[in-house]
Design a protein around this ligand. Structure first.
Ligand code: WT7
Length: 640
């Protein structure tokens, strides 16, 4: 079926894709030989739907694969990370130096009682100690669970509670737009409600004169701890399915889901996807602008570039601080060759025009990447011209926290296909993508449907932490034998895939995934809010913005103070990224007879675009009722 279509991958790339889908296990077994194993696997895939165990019987270690495995080659003295912060402080770590610090920390952590299987929380900003901590824990076989350092103490506490972790690694301060953020104070607030935590390791990186409270017997400075460590500790030989990490992401209901990633399958997927998508040459310098607190950073700042022996640049700072030229200045100074960022950042830069860019020499760039949300064709064109000088291919990479690595993207490392602005093009080799209707039947080309993956891949999440039932329900219960991604997609007449955004009640605000339910439950946890509903509305820069509708409890009247209290409350419970752009206090919420909130009415009210063409597809409410409710709500809001 692929043959004969003009733009499908051709030649060697087509053969690779064909082979991969004809014999997926043989294909992935071959890929698995690209990472080091202490013991070869007995079985490539043990698939008891929906639970996949890749490379069963194999023993490996992610820290070994990322570090030790390079020490016998010239990569030993190659730079692993160039690092710089907002103030221009720098640090450079070669693979050997990184290996040495990881060993020392791992050894010290072992002496502090961390052993295989213990989950350790990390709440750190973008400093070199973050990858060092991840790799040290991986060396011990202790899964890490990183909480983005912009999340609130409550969000941190929720995640600690869910993992039951005994240790937290944090820093005295974070740094944001020239100001120090009191990370340790926030961490202390969280730990106060988490009795499982026995030790807190604190990286000192704030101003020397500013002391933080250290609790005797519980808290220890990272650099003091390091002094206890030996120079070398054997990496733990872990089973391929041993969890490397747990990373929380928002779902449609309830609390965030703890995505569990494996060691063997995940590392194989890191290695292969990095080669296919970014095609790095040995001397190239690569910069992924994500924060390691999100999956993009886990995979494409830490595990994939390191297992591939690539030199990365790592930056702690905001794109527009102290000036809008900061990123371009860094690309020029470090001679960045591969640049991987988000559409949100690009849209922000676009508003400032090309002058700030033209002041810098960006000719080192060879390849550009985009991730996190659909990239608008105009933004793609601008990226291609203004940043890439019409010289660099753009890899628009579609993936998710759950997928572990890229599934759909142009793959220059396999063979380049003609690019279409706004299309992530084709699935990577071995990835079996389908687009289906509500019944799970494939839709025609050109018709929007739900994106599914029809067979497991090595980077696939193993389960949800301590909730295999929810894992099965969320991803595998809608259609038999298919992983439900939660996105809408279209395949065009030439086979190109167009990812159209979430099909469920999650939002993408500046590329960050947030559950409407999560924000709603934060709102109603405030004593003056009776009911709340959240919708996403389009935003020029952030892609989507949050609009919150709230019913106040009796005895409370809408006021600017309450509005502020509500947004401050959400900031405290989740973090700044979840703060609504608008809050509307309303007397009622539009609901179907079965009690479901009619979000399209709220969306229409929030965008002011009107209700448009009403159909009753998703809810059993009549067209008249929807229209009437909409008019009622509109009138109600106009009174304010
Ligand atoms: C959701 C996953 C994958 C790392 C960052 C986000 C959206 C991601 C693209 C893209 C269109 C994209 C999807 C997906 N998304 N990349 N290239 N084109 N949409 O990870 O927070 O788990 O979010 O991000 O909607 O489901 P995440």
């Amino acid at each position: 079926m692929e043959e004969g279509k003009k733009f499908y991958p051709t030649g060697a790339y087509a053969d690779l894709r064909k082979k991969a889908l004809e014999d997926p296990e043989g294909f992935w077994a071959n890929e698995a030989r690209n990472i080091p194993w202490f013991r070869q696997w007995d079985r490539t895939l043990n698939w008891e739907e929906p639970f996949a165990k890749w490379f069963e019987g194999g023993l490996t270690n992610a820290s070994y694969a990322c570090l030790d495995a390079h020490l016998d080659s010239h990569t030993r003295n190659k730079v692993a990370y160039y690092w710089e912060d907002e103030f221009g402080n720098t640090r450079t770590l070669s693979y050997l130096q990184l290996w040495a610090e990881v060993n020392r920390l791992a050894s010290a952590l072992r002496m502090a009682g961390v052993k295989k299987g213990d989950i350790v929380m990390i709440y750190l900003p973008m400093i070199p100690e973050l990858p060092v901590s991840m790799l040290a824990l991986a060396r011990l076989g202790a899964p890490h669970s990183i909480v983005f350092s912009g999340f609130s103490s409550q969000a941190l506490a929720d995640r600690i509670t869910d993992t039951g972790a005994k240790m937290l690694i944090t820093a005295d301060f974070g740094l944001r737009r020239g100001k120090y953020i009191p990370l340790k104070v926030i961490a202390d607030q969280a730990v106060r409600t988490c009795p499982t935590i026995r030790n807190v390791v604190v990286v000192r990186r704030g101003p020397a004169e500013q002391e933080v409270d250290m609790e005797e017997g519980r808290d220890v400075y990272y650099h003091d701890l390091l002094k206890n460590g030996d120079a070398f500790i054997e990496p733990e030989k872990v089973e391929s399915a041993h969890p490397l990490y747990i990373l929380y992401t928002s779902g449609t209901t309830g609390k965030p889901k703890g995505i569990v990633h494996s060691t063997g399958g995940y590392m194989v997927f890191c290695k292969s996807t990095f080669k296919w998508v970014f095609d790095p040459r040995p001397e190239w310098i690569y910069w992924c602008t994500a924060d390691i607190g999100w999956v993009t950073g886990h995979t494409y700042i830490v595990y994939a570039p390191l297992v591939s022996g690539t030199t990365s640049f790592m930056f702690e700072g905001s794109p527009d601080y102290p000036s809008i030229e900061r990123w371009w200045e860094l690309i020029e100074r470090y001679g960045i060759n591969i640049f991987y960022t988000s559409p949100t950042a690009l849209r922000m830069f676009m508003r400032f025009g090309e002058d700030p860019i033209r002041k810098h020499d960006l000719r080192s760039l060879r390849l550009l990447g985009s991730v996190g949300e659909p990239i608008n064709p105009e933004v793609w064109e601008w990226y291609f011209k203004a940043i890439g000088g019409e010289r660099c291919p753009i890899v628009d990479t579609w993936w998710q926290t759950e997928t572990g690595g890229v599934l759909i993207s142009p793959a220059p490392g396999c063979g380049l296909v003609p690019l279409k602005p706004g299309s992530a093009t084709f699935p990577l080799p071995g990835i079996d993508v389908g687009i289906v209707d509500d019944q799970g039947k494939p839709v025609q080309d050109g018709t929007r449907g739900l994106l599914v993956i029809r067979r497991p891949w090595p980077g696939m999440l193993m389960t949800l932490h301590q909730d295999p039932k929810r894992y099965t329900e969320v991803y595998w219960s809608r259609f038999k034998g298919m992983y439900l991604a939660g996105d809408y997609a279209i395949r065009d007449g030439e086979g190109y895939l167009w990812l159209l955004g979430r099909a469920d009640e999650t939002l993408k605000v500046a590329g960050h995934r947030l559950g409407t339910a999560e924000i709603e439950s934060a709102a109603v946890s405030m004593h003056f809010v009776a009911e709340a509903a959240v919708v996403g509305v389009p935003d020029q820069v952030k892609g989507e913005e949050i609009v919150l509708f709230a019913i106040l409890r009796q005895g409370n009247n809408p006021s600017p103070e309450l509005r502020k209290k509500l947004s401050d409350g959400i900031r405290t419970l989740i973090g700044p990224i979840a703060v609504p752009k608008e809050i509307h206090f309303v007397g009622k919420l539009p609901k179907t007879r079965s009690g479901k909130i009619m979000r399209r009415i709220l969306k229409a009210l929030a965008t002011g675009t009107g209700i448009g063409d009403v159909s009753t597809l998703e809810d059993a409410t009549s067209v008249e009722e929807i229209k009437r409710t909409y008019e009622e709500m509109k009138a109600m809001m106009a009174q304010k």
